[in-house]
Design a protein around this ligand. Structure first.
Ligand SMILES: [Ca+2]
Length: 175
């Protein structure tokens, strides 16, 4: 019985990588609060801006990232006027465009956000020191896995890698 349940769960997990997942704004807000250790407000002022959200499959996520690389301005870094927040908003824009073209009938926004985070230097003994504020993207895949996407170098990695060691703390997420 246990084996059967395990097999079922594995098969369900595989399904969610290839099938879209739709969340209401309330469920998205709860998922973000749970995954990022940051309480996303459930209101129009600071919470999700749309009613429903669609999460890309594994294949679609790869296509979205490629679409950003293909279309972005490639503007060099300019202090304040074209820095991390601008790169992150630009990447979100192109992912929104990709989703509009590919999920036109979903009537849902894509789960790509701009995350404002505080970075820390973490010493081996766990002591940490504030380093800087930063902006980058967060993306939820259809199986519920969240990723940080660094639009300045195209790197995509599971959020656990940065959150678990305490080197990144989320201050705000807009999506
Ligand atoms: Ca800026």
């Amino acid at each position: 019985m246990l084996l059967a349940l395990t097999l079922l769960n594995t098969s369900q997990a595989a399904d969610t990588l290839t099938r879209y997942s739709i969340l209401s704004w309330r469920d998205l807000s709860r998922a973000i609060s749970q995954c990022f250790d940051w309480n996303m407000p459930i209101n129009m002022l600071l919470g999700p801006e749309d009613a429903y959200y669609i999460s890309p499959t594994k294949e679609d996520l790869a296509a979205m990232v490629a679409f950003v690389l293909e279309n972005k301005e490639k503007t060099p870094y300019v202090e304040e006027s074209w820095d991390c927040d601008n790169f992150a908003r630009e990447a979100k824009h192109w992912m929104d465009v990709w989703a509009l073209r590919n999920y036109r009938n979903s009537r849902a926004a894509v789960t790509v956000g701009v995350a404002y985070v505080k970075l820390f230097i973490v010493l081996p003994d766990g002591e940490k020191f504030p380093l800087a504020y930063h902006a980058l993207n967060v993306i939820r895949r259809s199986d519920g896995q969240w990723f940080f996407y660094e639009p300045q170098n195209g790197q995509l990695e599971p959020i656990e890698l940065s959150l678990e060691d305490g080197s990144v703390e989320v201050v705000k997420i807009n999506l």
